[in-house]
Design a protein around this ligand. Structure first.
Ligand code: NAD
Length: 260
């Protein structure tokens, strides 16, 4: 029960990584205020949580929605924890094919949303004497081959924003860290393959099939793998972990050992 008495805000909570993390936080004692544009998924999550998770429809590209989500956590005495996680694949184009509107939409969803989440949660956390913020970046923040250009740039932005926010907010006893998932079998992953609804099978097939690029742990990541890492970063166990990132990618970023 690491989060007993804590109030956590989770964005993108209706599905995948956000859902698994909201459930894990609640299991370990937190009250969770969950935001997402998917109302059906959000309501279903709240119903399965024995009252520990509240859902609020939230579009993280709209600042007022972020403010309202965090205000709901404040009414409950929080937020102590913020997990900035909502996302989608964004603009699928190489640098010589991008369009300005698609680029802006991708940045608003993946990067501006994280900045605004921190901006509105941090003053409340500071007043309470501290807090923990975790941002979802991606292996794509570090590598060129994992995702399209705009997405990868936005996630690299999330990674550096994490460092800057950590430096700025340490005075208020707020820690800020990022989690970098590899291939995780969720809707985003299957959508990126054009294969909605078959996430786990397709992710496993991809990982088994890509030869030299296969990750050492030869299975797709699960949302619960990321939830466990996020909960570590959000917990007092990580009290001296600040401004850094945790890769949770089955070793994808180091790749397989060659036979020599
Ligand atoms: P997912 O599609 O299962 O979950 C994403 C959630 O975000 C969905 O519930 C969706 O409705 C919500 N969302 C989308 N746009 C939103 C908006 N404007 N406002 C509020 N909510 C919105 O996918 P996931 O894999 O769980 O993605 C979670 C995060 O993990 C994303 O930031 C994604 O970029 C990141 N990520 C995923 C992988 C992977 O392989 N699955 C790898 C690296 C990073």
């Amino acid at each position: 029960m690491r989060f007993s008495g804590k109030v956590a805000v989770v964005t993108g909570a209706a599905s995948g990584i956000g859902r698994a993390t909201a459930l894990r936080l609640a299991e370990e004692g937190a009250t969770v205020v969950a935001g997402d544009i998917d109302e059906a998924g959000g309501r279903e999550l709240a119903e399965t949580s024995n009252g520990r998770i509240r859902f609020r429809r939230t579009d993280v590209t709209i600042e007022d929605d972020i403010v309202a989500l965090i205000a709901e956590a404040a009414e409950l005495g929080g937020p102590d924890i913020l997990f900035n996680n909502a996302g989608a694949g964004g603009l699928r184009a190489k640098i010589d094919e991008i369009d300005a509107a698609g680029w802006d939409r991708t940045m608003d969803l993946l990067l501006r949303s994280v900045a605004l989440g921190i901006r509105h949660a941090a003053p409340l956390m500071a007043k309470k004497g501290g807090g923990a913020i975790v941002n979802t970046a991606s292996v794509a923040a570090l590598a060129s081959g994992a995702a399209p250009t705009a997405y990868s740039v936005a996630k690299a932005g999330v990674l550096h924003l994490t460092r800057l926010a950590a430096a700025d907010l340490a005075k208020d006893r707020i820690r800020v860290n990022a989690v970098l998932p590899g291939f995780i079998a969720t809707n985003i992953f299957s959508a990126s393959l054009g294969l909605e609804g078959q996430a786990r099978d397709q992710a496993n097939a991809l990982i088994q099939g890509v030869g030299q690029q296969a990750q050492p742990v030869a299975r797709a990541g699960r949302p619960e793998d990321i939830a466990a890492a996020v909960c570590f970063l959000a917990s007092d166990d990580a009290g001296f972990v600040n401004g850094t990132h945790l890769l949770v990618d089955g070793g994808l970023s180091v790749g397989p050992r060659h036979s020599w």
